[in-house]
Design a protein around this ligand. Structure first.
Ligand SMILES: Cc1cc2nc3c(=O)[nH]c(=O)nc-3n(C[C@H](O)[C@H](O)[C@H](O)COP(=O)(O)OP(=O)(O)OC[C@H]3O[C@@H](n4cnc5c(N)ncnc54)[C@H](O)[C@@H]3O)c2cc1C
Ligand code: FES
Length: 343
């Protein structure tokens, strides 16, 4: 696989411990609002991959910009925040992810964005895109942070609020607030806020969530209890835990042939459970796209054009995506016969 280089043009500290990195034009990376790019770094012993959401909106022709939070003991984020400088080159496998707007948004009347901390990064790109290019959609952003000073894009969000005041409702929550009832987003407050701001039916409303795991879990359960269809709740998870044990076993553990059409190349390999398609490809030194390797980021998505792929875990593809034939190679196993995939 050919890695694409990107060159840092500008670095801006937005709040303490969080910087945006803007890259020089001419990198040739195509992306949609809400997606991320995945970087590859080769160390002496291993190749590490890290994904960062894109804060820029491609339809506004903004230069490619990512947002990075410094993780105390983090290998990659500390390097970027503490040492990277304009002119540095990073290698990427390009953009990916399913935290995007639906291809056909005409029947969507309202979008709720629920963000906490650095989770605003992909939501900022989506928010700008919806406000500028989907004038029929009403937007609510509920954004949690410790204080206004620690709120990423605070002034930019207030400017958007001014500009689109007729259809953009902006609600900041600050955990240091004296009013404990509105300081942290909890079940009761979320129900109260969605009821207060909801203008349309649940099936005409989408919810986009990005924040710490416990925050997203609470939001998901609460929205589902409030009868929001699962399909209308989109999530982006930043924290990838180690390999998850498969929760269930495939209906067929026999080995099968998998044909993979990737760009202009065709590959053929035998895949034997418990190896996933990606694991089998790695053993054959076939370089396919991937990032998390646990069914949570969508970077390894492929279209299954023949045969059947069973997924041991899936947090990214919706029922609709699966019906369209999309699958994940990192947690995908061929079952019932041979399989052909297109990437
Ligand atoms: C789809 C996707 C999009 C992402 N978008 C962004 C983004 O826009 N901005 C951003 O800053 N990060 C984002 N991340 C997280 C990013 O990819 C890295 O995981 C993160 O920067 C940590 O990498 P590291 O090498 O510095 O830390 P590592 O060396 O991988 O980890 C060090 C320790 O920190 C923990 N850890 C890892 N990630 C986090 C986290 N986010 N918060 C707290 N603890 C953590 C690990 O469990 C580990 O204990 C995204 C991840 C995914 C999968
Ligand atoms: S590599 Fe992340 S879902 Fe497969």
């Amino acid at each position: 696989m050919l890695y694409k280089p990107v060159i840092i043009e500008q670095i801006q500290e937005q709040v303490e411990g969080f910087k945006t990195f803007t890259f020089k034009q001419g990198h040739g990376i195509e992306y949609k609002a809400g997606q991320y790019i995945t970087f590859v770094q080769q160390t002496l012993h291993e190749s590490i991959r890290r994904s960062y959401s894109i804060a820029s909106a491609p339809l506004l022709n903004e230069p490619l910009t990512i947002g990075v939070k410094r993780i105390e003991n983090g290998a990659f984020s500390r390097q970027l925040i503490d040492h990277a400088k304009p002119g540095d080159e990073l290698l990427t496998i390009g953009a990916g992810g399913f935290f995007t707007l639906p291809d056909e948004a005409y029947n969507i009347r309202q979008i709720f964005f629920l963000a906490a901390g650095s989770g605003i990064t992909p939501i900022y790109s989506l928010l700008k895109t919806v406000l500028h290019f989907h004038p029929h959609i009403h937007v609510v952003l509920i954004y949690s942070n410790p204080t206004p000073q620690k709120t990423i894009f605070f002034s930019q969000l207030n400017e958007l609020k001014e500009k689109f005041s007729d259809r953009f409702e902006l609600r900041f929550l600050f955990s240091n607030s004296a009013n404990l009832l509105t300081a942290r987003l909890n079940r009761e407050l979320l129900v109260q806020l969605t009821k207060a701001h909801c203008r349309f039916r649940h099936d005409e409303t989408l919810f986009y969530l990005c924040g710490p795991e416990a925050y997203m879990r609470m939001c998901t359960y609460t929205l589902q209890e409030e009868q929001v269809p699962k399909e209308n709740i989109r999530k982006e998870t930043f924290i990838i835990q180690g390999k998850q044990p498969p929760k269930k076993e495939p209906p067929d553990k026999n080995d099968h042939t998998v044909l993979i059409q990737y760009g202009n190349e065709n590959y053929q390999l035998r895949v034997q459970y418990p190896d996933s398609i990606l694991q089998a490809a790695k053993k054959e030194n076939i370089s396919l796209p991937y990032s998390c390797e646990v069914g949570r980021c969508g970077n390894c998505a492929a279209k299954c054009v023949d045969g059947k792929v069973w997924l041991s875990y899936n947090e990214v593809l919706t029922e609709k995506d699966i019906q369209k034939g999309l699958t994940l190679t990192c947690v995908g196993h061929p079952v019932g016969g041979d399989v052909t995939l297109k990437i």
